[in-house]
Design a protein around this ligand. Structure first.
Ligand code: DC
Length: 225
């Protein structure tokens, strides 16, 4: 296993942008694990499945799924799905299907394998607790529900998606509830993770703060790429 930095937290806490930027600064690779769950959800939705799918059927469908990353693009069975996975519908179903043990088991190996060949900044919900419990540096990013809904709204708007601020708030509350209350690998701060509330911080301030912890508290200096 190479060096691993984990960033967990609820949706809209700023994890993706922060993780991407830190990876760039450190010369690490960025692992967006939400994209893996979204790609699985896209595949299942295309096959017409919803939450009523049985575990057996889910298991056999997953045998047909191959996901890979290339230059920050996500490929599902060879097709670039980087944009297709960013819809509110796929966001909803990724949260729904991510509560199924067979899905989590399927993606666990993929995530760990990634970090055997790359120094990694891994972002998700269970990076520090389940996937990389021995990570070199762990963070839990949080922000108030209203602020996270506001960020989600602006982000989807900027992508040209039809959404109201009220829908964004409803979506954030619902996903928080589902991601935190599931039986397997729920969203939870690892005991040894550094908690950062980003409600009143700009992205730049958040990135600088984490970078400071990474280099001072965790003693990571970055790679020589
Ligand atoms: O970070 P995101 O919005 O792209 O994640 C989509 C969903 O995937 C999220 O609602 C829960 C699930 N997920 C998860 O269960 N575990 C992870 N490590 C990452 C995402």
């Amino acid at each position: 296993m190479k060096r691993v930095i984990t960033i967990d937290g609820p949706s809209g806490a700023g994890k993706s942008t922060v993780a991407k930027e830190l990876a760039k600064r450190l010369g690490f690779e960025y692992l967006d694990t939400g994209a893996l769950y979204r790609a699985v959800a896209l595949y299942l939705r295309k096959k017409g499945h919803d939450e009523s799918i049985t575990d057996d059927k889910l298991g056999s469908e997953l045998k047909e799924v191959e996901i890979s990353f290339e230059k920050a693009r996500v490929f599902l069975n060879g097709e670039d799905v980087s944009d297709a996975i960013r819809t509110p519908e796929i966001g909803h179903y990724s949260s729904v299907f991510s509560a199924r043990p067979v899905v989590r088991e399927f993606l666990l190996g993929l995530q760990r394998e990634f970090a055997t060949t790359h120094d990694t900044v891994a972002e998700g919900r269970d990076m520090g607790t389940v996937v990389f419990p021995g990570a070199d540096c762990k963070f839990f990013l949080d922000a108030s529900t209203e602020e996270r809904a506001r960020r989600r709204f602006l982000q989807l708007k900027a992508m040209g998606k039809e959404i109201t601020e009220q829908d964004a708030l409803k979506d954030v509350v619902e996903r928080d509830r589902r991601d935190s209350s599931r039986d397997i690998a729920p969203l939870k701060k690892a005991d040894d993770a550094i908690y950062v509330d980003t409600t009143k911080l700009s992205l730049r301030e958040t990135i600088d703060l984490l970078y400071h912890h990474i280099t001072s508290r965790c003693g990571i200096k970055g790679s020589d790429r």
